[in-house]
Design a protein around this ligand. Sequence first.
Ligand code: CTP
Length: 319
Amino acid sequence: RVEVVINGSSSPAVVDRSNETAKHNIKPAPSTWRHNQTLSLKIRKQILKFLDAEKDISVLKGTLKPGDIIHYIFDRASTMNVSQNLYELLPRTSPLKNKHFRTCAIVGNSGILLNSGCGREIDTHSFVIRCNLAPVQEYAQDVGVKTDLVTMNPSVIQRAFEDLVNETWREKLLQRLHSLNGSILWIPAFMAKGGKERVEWVNELILKHHVNVRTAYPSLRLLHAVRGYWLTNKVHIKRPTTGLLMYTLATRFCNTIYLYGFWPFPRDQNQNPVKYHYYDSLKYGYTSQASPHTMPLEFKALKTLHQQGALKLTVGECD
Ligand code: CTP
């Protein structure tokens, strides 16, 4: 038995991890899964009462000017000034304006993707969303390479690029950014004060090296709006994860949504160990009390939507 917090409350629940995994048993039964178009449209409509992905995906140039003061969403007492660089990188129009896609893939970062062989299937979708600049080239067979939108929490700069301590790390980040090749880079710049410098470093790099990406910085209301939608649907999340944010946004512009790499459990359905991330050595403790996220709870909600046909979760191998 191991101790994990599964509900984000202050009293940690003690659960048997093997039971926890078993509870989430999803049979990879592609032949029996059917898209429920009516339900998807209903969900889109409900979410639109809280947010509009077309608008909330990014603050636009017309709405801010250099020097404006913004209060961080999670650290209301702290503020930032809109820098000249940030202003320059704000889009003039929404990168999702009038966009509609037949199928979208949202690729989470769970180690469940390793040996899945899902790369080819992921790359067939019309729009592919990835999280936190996760590497693709070395894992192409399992995760694919197509990237239309990728998120970047400022913490990634510390975790995956050593806070750009030297030229080697700066170069690594620059290469990764260049490889995005015109896709949308979604940077939550206004969430927490800790990210201030990291966002500035990335902005500077993009401008200095004329990196071909379309930057987007989520609106100030997005997080609360997403949380509000899920709370109304009795999913009591503390702070939505990037993956859940992406699903919520995608409902607006994707007809059918496919999720890969969503598995916040240390064992798979056959009790084999699963890495927290497919590409690094971050441990599961990260989803415990210290983390603002309640991933297993989110997973439960996504699993229900899968069973109802509103989205398709893949947690096993692809055909
Ligand atoms: N995810 C998952 N199971 C895991 C790891 C990730 O379901 N074992 C999903 C989550 O929805 C997560 C997304 O994949 O948001 C991307 O993973 P990650 O980069 O770890 O995202 P966050 O935890 O949201 O980012 P951060 O740690 O910076 O808050």
